[in-house]
Design a protein. Structure first.
Length: 746
């Protein structure tokens, strides 16, 4: 025994126990929200080790965030207290890094490659645009990077992407993609997509390496299988080629990252990929009340692409779901912040405000600040993504590897030392001509005295600075970092600013040095420290102790809160107009399911009748989200908008009577005695006016291939054609001819 309780299986329900104790062969565990998937995975790891089915180091468990991986490691450590070795519990990207650090030379990369984050990618793209004489106005960089990431998620090399390019923009992106890859390769750098893509390429090109890893990791467990993309899927297939001992745990109803390249088909076709697979459903929920589960299940059951399961709990039904129709976005935020204030006075903690898009957070931040309610904004700038931290780490990378073009470009004029864009462009030109790194071009130019006198004067001290810092490479990690930061001039520059912001930046750098010391004490190498910093994600910065958290629905995945406010439940916003236009409504519905199942005790849904989009002067009328109408009426309680002059709920709505009771903060809650009144309420609010008999009529909802979701305001018959006036959320009013516009009725 490895310190495991003799009756530890008694902590599992029957379906979890089945998943844990079947050791051999492929298995798909369909784990509904809150059904204990992490417990199932960690108990299975413990079971495999305790029963001596394999050695600890022969187990590989892979998940998507460092936070999830750390939680699994901690749980396994508590179950097995006397381990001589440890299983590898890692993220996909961290596993890729470990493989590539050992074998990158087999695919013509140096083992000291640099990992590029989003900011680094933008800097690379800027250099590529200058080389190709492209501009951001001609080809938006954000669009280009998204297209490159999608291509990599589909396992398309630049040549394959070029063959698939049909329009001018795609052809231009294919040119950028090729140059972008050349730049990364020349810099011995990889972006996040490459960490998986190149690992797969390495395994495919080297059968003996593939065989070695397949034989070593005898049991592989994959968390959040529904979120895997094509390269991740290929990685799994390569690792399980020798055996079929794979346990994939996931929930097709929580597949919400299609925009990042995840493929729900991976989980839907699991039985076809692994013939003879065992399928186990975890349907008992340990998180939410039955009313919340019934609401979530009712919404997601409208999807076609799912395997299906019925969530249940032995908890009580719980309170009804509150629904507010606010007059506008400001009153929506005022209502939510007042309710939060009331909950906090009652001693509640762990409250989340979830929204579809980031721009929605501003109103809620302002409302919370007015009431002096502290909050945590998830998705803001994390510690490792702060500018001063990234600058310091870039210095460290250049000291270790001066040929790192990406980090070199970040620090060459940071802090400002008079090295302008003209000089940098000259370095780029020389590096391209001589097929060398920017550092080598700098060295050679200074040796041969080919720079203009002014450029020479500012470049020589930079070269001397890096040479000087390389003398610290033999020092302990924290001292190397401390002396490099001091020599760089970053702290001196901040001190000269003499502002509160600059002081905070200095404190952040001191914190980084402290973290380096702690890493050194744990035995981390310099490369491991840099990899750890590069692989941190937004999800890793979530603070469970925060009383109030604001975040997008996507960022809420994997989290849970006693009380949830899901805001902005409007057509065009949630579901998002782009998703409706691109026929991705099922993913939006899964996102609604994820949002609902984050709540443990209570959930509030809000809808704003009017909302201003992207700084437009006027507020646009909105219809309530179709998802609201997919929740059974008997689960909903309707709240009034106390901040609006006009009542949100008409007194004669439906046949039911309402009663008003006062809450703290003068919040009026109108609770209806009849389900019929809820239907009447939503029907009265909705201006959807679905087209009858397939006709274009005023109020009908349509989709345009370019503008997305919209609502018809007016239809005029000109005799030869229909002139249709349409309101598009965020874009305003368009007047279109039906024969040319190719409108589709929703």
């Amino acid at each position: 025994m490895q310190g495991l309780e003799k009756d530890f299986l008694s902590h599992l329900n029957e379906h979890q126990k089945l998943a844990v104790t079947q050791a051999e062969g492929p298995m798909l565990v369909l784990a509904g929200a809150g059904s204990g998937k992490t417990r199932t995975i960690t108990y299975k790891i413990a079971y495999l080790i305790d029963q001596e089915i394999c050695r600890p180091e022969q187990i590989l468990a892979v998940t998507f965030t460092n936070k999830a991986a750390e939680e699994m490691r901690n749980r396994v450590g508590k179950l097995l207290t006397h381990l001589e070795a440890s299983p590898l519990i890692s993220t996909f990207h961290s596993f890729g890094v470990q493989v590539l650090r050992r074998h990158a030379d087999l695919i013509d990369y140096g083992k000291d490659f640099t990992i590029c984050d989003r900011d680094d990618q933008k800097r690379v793209l800027k250099a590529v645009y200058e080389e190709l004489h492209f501009s951001d106005s001609q080809l938006p960089g954000r669009k280009t990077l998204a297209a490159i990431s999608r291509a990599k998620s589909n396992n398309w090399a630049p040549e394959e992407y070029a063959k698939k390019s049909r329009d001018l923009a795609s052809q231009e992106i294919s040119l950028v993609y090729s140059a972008y890859e050349r730049f990364l390769k020349g810099s011995n750098a990889m972006d996040f997509d490459d960490l998986i893509l190149l690992t797969v390429r390495l395994l495919k090109k080297n059968p003996e390496v593939r065989q070695r890893y397949g034989e070593w990791y005898r049991h592989i467990l994959i968390d959040e299988y529904q979120d895997t993309n094509r390269p991740q899927y290929d990685l799994i297939r390569n690792l399980t080629e020798v055996h079929q001992n794979i346990t994939a745990v996931g929930d097709e109803d929580q597949s919400i990252y299609g925009f990042r390249g995840s493929d729900i088909g991976n989980i839907l076709r699991f039985e076809a990929d692994f013939p003879g697979a065992t399928i186990i459903k975890l349907e008992q929920n340990y998180r939410s009340t039955q009313n919340i589960l019934d609401a979530a299940s009712s919404v997601v059951s409208n999807n076609v692409n799912r395997k299906g399961k019925v969530l249940w709990t032995d908890q009580r039904a719980g309170p009804l779901i509150d629904l507010l129709a606010a007059s506008n976005a400001k009153t929506e935020a005022a209502y939510v912040s007042s309710r939060i204030s009331e909950y906090l006075r009652q001693g509640e903690k762990g409250i989340a405000v979830l929204y579809r898009t980031n721009f929605q957070s501003r109103q809620f931040e302002e409302a919370l600040r007015r009431l002096k309610i502290p909050y945590k904004l998830i998705g803001g700038v994390s510690f490792y993504h702060r500018k001063e931290i990234k600058d310091a780490l870039a210095y460290l990378r250049v000291v270790v590897n001066p040929d790192d073009n990406v980090s070199f470009l970040r620090i060459i004029n940071q802090p400002p030392r008079g090295i302008g864009q003209v000089t940098v462009d000259h370095l780029h030109q020389r590096a391209r001509e001589e097929k060398t790194s920017l550092w080598s071009a700098l060295q050679k130019g200074l040796e041969e005295n080919t720079f203009p006198a002014r450029a020479h004067r500012v470049l020589q001290p930079f070269l001397s600075l890096i040479d000087h810092c390389q003398n610290f490479l033999e020092l302990p990690l924290h001292l190397l970092l401390e002396k490099t930061i001091e020599a760089s001039g970053l702290i001196t520059a901040f001190r000269s600013e003499d502002s509160e912001e600059a002081h905070n930046r200095i404190l952040n750098l001191e914190e980084l040095i402290m973290m380096a010391r702690e890493n050194a004490e744990r035995g981390y190498t310099l490369q491991e420290f840099l990899d750890h910093a590069a692989l941190r994600s937004e999800a890793d910065d979530y603070d469970e102790s925060a009383s109030v958290s604001l975040m997008t629905l996507h960022n809420a995945k994997g989290l849970e809160f006693p009380i949830v406010f899901m805001v902005g439940c409007e057509e065009g916003l949630f579901p998002h107009s782009r998703s409706v236009a691109e026929d991705d409504l099922e993913e939006e519905r899964r996102l609604c399911y994820v949002g609902l199942t984050r709540a443990q005790k209570k959930i509030h849904l809000t809808y704003s009748r009017r909302r201003r989009f992207f700084g437009r002067e006027g507020e646009e009328m909105n219809d309530p989200s179709r998802f609201l109408q997919e929740i059974p009426e008997h689960l909903i309680s309707i709240s009034s908008d106390p901040f609006s002059v006009r009542e949100s709920v008409p007194p004669d709505s439906g046949s039911g009577k309402y009663r008003q009771r006062k809450r703290a903060g003068n919040i009026g809650i109108k609770t209806y005695d009849s389900a019929e009144s809820v239907r009447g309420f939503l029907r009265k609010l909705s201006q959807k006016g679905r087209a009858s008999n397939g006709k274009f009529v005023s109020g009908a909802q349509i989709v345009h291939e370019k503008f997305g979701y919209g609502k018809i305001l007016r239809v005029q018959d000109t005799g030869d054609d229909l002139k249709i006036t349409v309101q598009f959320p965020g874009l305003g009013i368009k007047r279109l001819l039906q024969s040319y516009a190719k409108l589709k009725l929703v």
